[in-house]
Design a protein around this ligand. Structure first.
Ligand SMILES: Nc1nc2c(ncn2[C@@H]2O[C@H](COP(=O)(O)OP(=O)(O)OP(=O)(O)O)[C@@H](O)[C@H]2O)c(=O)[nH]1
Ligand SMILES: [Zn+2]
Length: 289
């Protein structure tokens, strides 16, 4: 029997697909495994518990990371990315920047979540993040241990994904937001993880009829090899006004004379940290060719 459904868990080559009131344990037809949580798929139902994924529907969006060796899909069909950060464990500002760039490239609105606001070190981290608010990115401060209600209005009407380093509190946020019925699903998947506390697979939960949340495994790196050298500068909101104003139309914003972006950097209109990241990524993208 053929049906459509949505992937709500992905465990490497195994997927849980929700179709109507039921969920099915699925493998994919052939060798194809490039499916991800959030994908809408066609399935052939084998019995009450099992089905085979035949193919996926066009995605509205796809968030993924890519290094020189492989592509890692994070979530499909999301309209918001919540980058979860906290002062413990030690946060990486570069990872935040890379995630913001990936969000811009995928045309998905990012929101920065500063979790663990109960920890005294949070004030210093918030100071460091202020420039990102000035760039126009939304920032919300919460203590998920006490609750995550401040996120609810931002989640309403969206399919959202939580990304961030391991231990920043993504799962704690998910549990704080879930209605009781959905939280029980979380317990089942925890049992599948054989008691491990860290999230090993992405999981989609329904907050209400119009709002859905994907919790994803913690990441330490965010490869951006999928973004071409010429596309990079346009992903930095503060650089967009200068595009097309360099002396050379194919300026890489590194060594060239009369570079409008470097000029803006010298005049303090672009932060050194962001300009250096652009230059590093452009160099990597050119060398990878
Ligand atoms: N102090 C404090 N600790 C928190 C808060 N939120 C979460 N934690 C703790 O941070 C640790 C990691 O939380 P998780 O929710 O498992 O983090 P995660 O981001 O899902 O981690 P991974 O699954 O490894 O990606 C746990 O010990 C939580 O209890 C908070 O608001 N304040
Ligand atoms: Zn330039």
């Amino acid at each position: 029997m053929k049906q459509t459904g949505q992937i709500i868990r992905s465990y490497g080559r195994r997927f849980i697909v929700e179709s109507g009131e039921r969920t099915y344990d699925c493998t994919s037809r052939g060798k194809r495994v490039d499916y991800v949580c959030g994908d809408h798929v066609d399935i052939t139902v084998l019995n009450d518990e099992q089905a085979v994924i035949e193919g996926s529907h066009d995605r509205h969006s796809l968030l993924y990371r890519q290094d020189d060796w492989r592509t890692k899909l994070i979530a499909a069909n999301v309209s918001r990315i919540f980058f979860v950060t906290a002062t413990v464990p030690s946060p990486s500002e570069e990872l935040l920047n890379r995630c913001l760039l990936a969000a811009e490239a995928a045309d998905i609105e990012p929101v920065i979540v500063v979790n663990k606001s109960d920890l005294p070190e949070t004030a210093g981290w918030l100071d460091k993040l202020q420039p990102y608010q000035q760039l126009g990115y939304q920032l919300v401060t919460i203590s998920a241990k006490q609750g995550a209600e401040a996120l609810r209005p931002l989640l309403q009407g969206h399919t959202s994904v939580l990304v961030g380093q391991s231990g920043m509190g993504k799962s704690t946020i998910t549990n704080a937001l879930l209605p009781e019925a959905a939280a029980r699903v979380g317990e089942i998947s925890e049992a599948l993880d054989a008691g491990r506390h860290t999230t090993t697979h992405a999981a989609l939960y329904h907050l209400n009829a119009d709002s859905h949340l994907i919790d994803s495994p913690g990441l330490q790196e965010f490869g951006l090899s999928h973004i071409g050298a010429t596309e990079l500068a346009g992903l930095f909101p503060e650089m967009r006004d200068y595009l097309g104003h360099c002396r050379f139309h194919n300026c890489t914003h590194r060594q060239e004379p009369d570079c409008a972006i470097k000029q803006a950097g010298q005049e303090g209109r672009i932060r050194p940290l962001r300009l250096e990241l652009l230059q590093k990524l452009v160099t990597q993208a050119i060398n990878a060719k």
